[in-house]
Design a protein around this ligand. Sequence first.
Ligand code: GDP
Length: 206
Amino acid sequence: MSANPFRGKAPAAAVPRVISEFVLSASGPEQFPKEVDPEIAFLGRSNVGKSSLINALVGQKGLAYTSSNPGCTQAINFYRVGDSGYFVDLPGYGYARVPEARRLEWKKLIESYLLERQVLQLAILVLDARRGWMEKDRDLRRWLEVHHRPCLVVATKMDKLKNQSERQHSLASLRQGADEVMLCSALTGRGVREIWQAITKTRSSQ
Ligand code: GDP
């Protein structure tokens, strides 16, 4: 596997291992790392499966924190992936039990990252394949469009759809919100290779 996944070829195996490490957790823009290398950001509702997707992409189970306790991360986590890029895990949104003040903090933190980060190459909006588009996902997608931030929509937890009819129903509703939605499962590794290809394509087109 290339040590430079942002520039090299997409991994051949379904779950490759990419040398990666946690760099820092930032609760404000002043803590963000210096803008040197390209960044791929991951966005989505709490518990949607963002951390698991990051772990599946790097082939390393414990890199990003995964939890069945939604709403617990309120910081932006930076991971060095390969030798010239970062994955950036943005705190999950839409958890009902989070107080309004915390919601506003989330908005401020996320917007400061998404608006000002020059090295941001791609925002990956993660959806739960069983739940499809929720209002906040649509809002965020529109917001990214308005601000000209490239966005890739990924529906994860596909393994939870048990039969053909569930899969077809999910796909139809996912496609109502975006022309292209990539399907994946952190559990089985489905779609990991295709997501890497999309990341590599974005990298080479910029
Ligand atoms: P995050 O809050 O968005 O980072 O979500 P996590 O990655 O912590 O995942 C939330 C829960 O969903 C955890 O219990 C994960 O094990 C589970 N999960 C995440 N991705 C998948 C998947 O692709 N398939 C299945 N079956 N479970 C998943």
